[in-house]
Design a protein around this ligand. Structure first.
Ligand code: DQA
Length: 148
């Protein structure tokens, strides 16, 4: 199976960005940990980051027929982007929403996710471990999709 990991705006700054919220782990550290866990579970991984909403939309559209599951940390676009929500709904590739921080325990505007209603589920609040849990959840979601 193949998993497409998408990371939204400012996640390229992980490690330096608000370390009291997001920790000192860089996106490269996260990618390495994701690849190691995916290898154990015999899953292939493509891992991307963009600050551009339209590029994330393009990648979601291109995932159809190429990836079994999308894992997305849409970052701030989680709370604003109807375009990302519509892209996820349009392609029909099972999608898991993830966040490093517990978005429900922060500012009010982070409690609303525009993509949550079109995702299979959400993992938030576990830092790097949110990504590892997402690899495991992807394998589960793929098995469920194949058995239906
Ligand atoms: C985030 C949470 C978002 O609210 C925020 O805009 C981010 C990161 C997280 O991973 O905790 O950029 O998605």
């Amino acid at each position: 199976m193949k998993i497409l990991f998408l990371n939204g705006p400012n996640l390229n700054l992980l490690g330096q960005r608000e370390p009291e919220v997001y920790g000192r782990t860089t996106l490269a550290n996260i990618e390495a940990a994701v690849r190691a866990r995916a290898k154990q579970l015999k899953a292939g991984v493509d891992f991307r980051q963009s600050n551009v909403e339209g590029e994330l939309v393009d990648w979601i559209q291109q995932a159809k027929g190429r990836f079994d599951v999308i894992v997305i940390n849409a970052a701030a676009y989680t709370h604003t982007s109807i375009a990302l929500r519509d892209a996820i709904a349009a392609v029909g590739v099972p999608t898991i929403e993830i966040h490093l921080s517990n978005v429900h325990a922060r500012e009010n505007f982070r409690r609303k996710s525009l993509i949550a209603p079109v995702c299979c589920g959400q993992i938030a609040g576990f830092g790097l471990k949110s990504y590892i849990l997402a690899v495991e959840a992807s394998v589960h979601v793929n098995e469920m999709a194949k058995s239906n």
